[in-house]
Write a protein that binds this ligand. Structure first.
Ligand code: BGC
Length: 411
């Protein structure tokens, strides 16, 4: 059996809007306005997933409204007990900005206390909290002023980030400042698929550059409050594998520069660790994606665990500790999750044994949740949730994960 070093963290991740329920932010407003359209669009396709029961969920408008969600807001204690049962020693969750600052500059102390009590609950279970400051959702007052493109965004954001650090006091050590700035900017701006649907390359560029400023300012404000914390941003990084030949190598390198490094390079001076969210592999062949797609998730995404090894190796020269802050799949019948966890951890272990300073793996996700514009039908959880009863059940794959945590990998 191949063990991980004692300092290595095994965890799982969630985000506020995707699990809490009863959020009142720009996404919840957008969902209500777009649910019928999303359901209609889904019904015009054959569905991403071959399972008919999931397709039936996808054609219902209700699938696209987060509503009470999986009520993690009230059930977090139970959920963290389950995390403890799996043997996790790290948990990532995000603070919902719209709860703690419902009006500009007005802080809801009870909501701040709520997040402090989440951290305390994890600490009591010897689970290291990773607090995400921003996982894409905005208070309505800020959305109405232009959201990320509002000129004051970096100021508002850093003030909010500092408030969280001060409320946490010394209880939390790890903070993820922004979740996937590139995926957010791509979908909300470049493609205009997500709220605020402001399509176009210029808006994309403005979003990315504003988020770079927001990260940098927030980092310094957070450190002023508590210099002892460790903060980084979680970037979505793809393994761009060149097909044969010079042109493909050049294209893969350009894609890597733009997608994997643009944001990271700009914020390097304001990072204590790198957060890596790994989902995608892209085998480039003269501008086309030529993945073999031997295994895919319910959402049609290729499952390619080897890719994380290459991405981790690419991060080595930055010289910072790396935490895999997300990796996972939609797998309603739980037929591929255990395999993916095991194979991914093998690749992480390989990178580690070659000297990459990777210090943890947090699976996406702890719970079945609300997958943004896809709604509830994709099931990402180590723990399944029955929406009618809110009953939680540990999936078999979570038991496999537990076994790896306890006994190591069978390599
Ligand atoms: C996001 C999560 C999302 C997951 C699966 C990541 O890009 O951070 O919010 O649920 O991917 O799509």
């Amino acid at each position: 059996m191949q063990k991980f070093p004692a300092y290595f963290l095994f965890g799982a991740a969630t985000s506020s809007h995707q699990v809490e329920g009863s959020c009142n932010n720009d996404w919840s407003r957008w969902e209500i306005a777009n649910a019928s359209r999303l359901a209609k669009e889904y019904s015009r396709t054959t569905g991403l997933c071959s399972a008919e029961h999931l397709r039936q969920e996808g054609i219902r408008p209700g699938n696209y409204i987060s509503g009470i969600c999986v009520d993690h807001y009230h059930l977090f204690e139970e959920d963290f007990r389950l995390a403890e049962k799996i043997g996790l020693n790290a948990c990532r969750f995000s603070v919902e900005w719209s709860r703690v600052e419902p009006e500009e500059g007005v802080w809801n102390m009870n909501e701040l206390k709520h997040y402090v009590s989440m951290v305390s609950s994890l600490r009591k279970k010897n689970i290291e909290p990773f607090v995400t400051i921003w996982h894409w959702t905005l208070p309505l007052w800020l959305a109405d002023r232009g959201g990320v493109l509002c000129p004051e965004f970096p100021f508002y954001f850093s003030r909010y980030a500092a408030k969280i650090v001060s409320a946490m006091n010394d209880r939390a050590s790890y903070y993820i400042i922004i979740n996937e700035p590139e995926i957010y900017s791509l979908n909300s701006y470049m493609l205009g698929k997500w709220t605020p649907c402001k399509k176009g390359p210029l808006n994309y560029y403005r979003s990315i550059t504003t988020l770079i400023r927001a990260h940098t300012l927030a980092y310094s404000e957070m450190k002023k409050v508590n210099p002892g914390i460790k903060a980084g941003t979680a970037c979505n990084m793809t393994y761009f594998e060149p097909g044969g030949g010079f042109i493909n190598r050049l294209a893969a390198r350009a894609a890597d520069r733009w997608w994997n490094r643009y944001f990271t390079d700009k914020v390097m001076g304001s990072m204590d660790f790198m957060g890596l969210n790994y989902y995608f592999h892209n085998r480039i062949h003269y501008g086309l994606n030529r993945n073999s797609n031997e295994r895919i998730s319910d959402m049609g995404w290729e499952l390619y665990p080897e890719g994380i090894y290459h991405v981790l190796k690419n991060l080595e020269p930055y010289g910072l500790p790396v935490y895999v802050t997300e990796s996972g799949l939609a797998d309603a019948d739980d037929s591929r999750r255990a395999w993916l966890i095991e194979e991914t951890l093998k690749q992480v272990h390989k990178a580690l044994s070659e000297g990459v300073n990777v210090r943890g793996y947090l699976h996406w996700s702890l719970l079945d949740n609300f997958e943004w514009d896809k709604g509830f039908w994709p099931r990402f959880g180590l723990i399944s949730v029955d929406h009618a009863t809110m009953k939680r059940t540990m999936r078999e794959s979570a038991k496999v994960y537990k076994n790896i945590i306890q006994n190591g990998l069978n390599i």
